[in-house]
Design a binder for this molecule. Sequence first.
Ligand code: SF4
Length: 323
Amino acid sequence: MVNDSNAESYLSPFSCSFCRGCFEHFLDGTYDFLNGFIASDGCLQPQRVYDNWKNYLKREDDFCYQFNTPRVYDEAALGMYRQELADLKHAVERWANYVTNDKLIEAIKVYNETRRLLRELYALRKGDAPLVTGEECLRITLASMSMRKDTFNELLSAFLEEARQREPITDYRARLMLIGSSCDSPEYLKIFEDKGGLFVTDVNCYGSRYLYDDVEIDEKDPLAGIARSYLARPVCGRMCNLHHELRDTILEMAKEYNVEGVVYTKMKNCDMWGGESFFLDDAIRDAGLSLLILEREEITANAGQVGIRAEAFVEMIETGGAD
Ligand code: SF4
């Protein structure tokens, strides 16, 4: 979480505060340890971060690359995406080292092991007496995206062993699910958990998207396997022809984790999740789930207000009221 006041000089006020926060990290030196930046156009906003970084901050030897991500899933998009990945691979090879198919397959296996371990972590949240909170789980998935995967896998294996010996959490009042725009703020989840809610699952860029099916290992063409695996996932509203699959994923996960209430957060100016309401809101309510929709900024300056909404939502679920 970061103050984005300097980034506001570079980015439009209609940009999302998550992207402004990322750019602020480039400005304040937090990302100085990086040797480059790869952006994709999953949504429009990271491209503005990339443009500004490239024009104003890029050092001579930094790796600098932007690639296209299709917004539909079909044969043509798959071919295009595989080519985009091949072009990225060649660019990396020109800048650093040759990337062999064997190395790619080795890396996919390590990443798939991370996914397997994270699925085990999520399994600890399924029963009536979960062993980890939503806040804790988000801290762990954030770590998985920030460190070497082989190191992370060792640490998570040890954590899982320890967590299985814990006293279960039984004093919660409502089982919650987080969906919506990028949320990398465990503190935001804590606001709800301090009021008696317990996040037992999510469909969040920084959470369960890592749990979707393993990346397929295509021995002859690993890039094609990566393209198929990443593009077929209904991870967010970016995919124009997978809206119904995203809705079904949310409802299936809600059932699997015995969710009672869905907290749908929309980052201000997030076109990806702003419009998704059209496909989701009625379906969530029709499934018998309570729904709380909240606009959010990267910095939770209104924690008190969110706390009041959280408390009312938890109480409504507990007493069986309608949303
Ligand atoms: S999907 Fe939404 S929250 Fe994520 S970067 Fe794009 S606009 Fe921001």
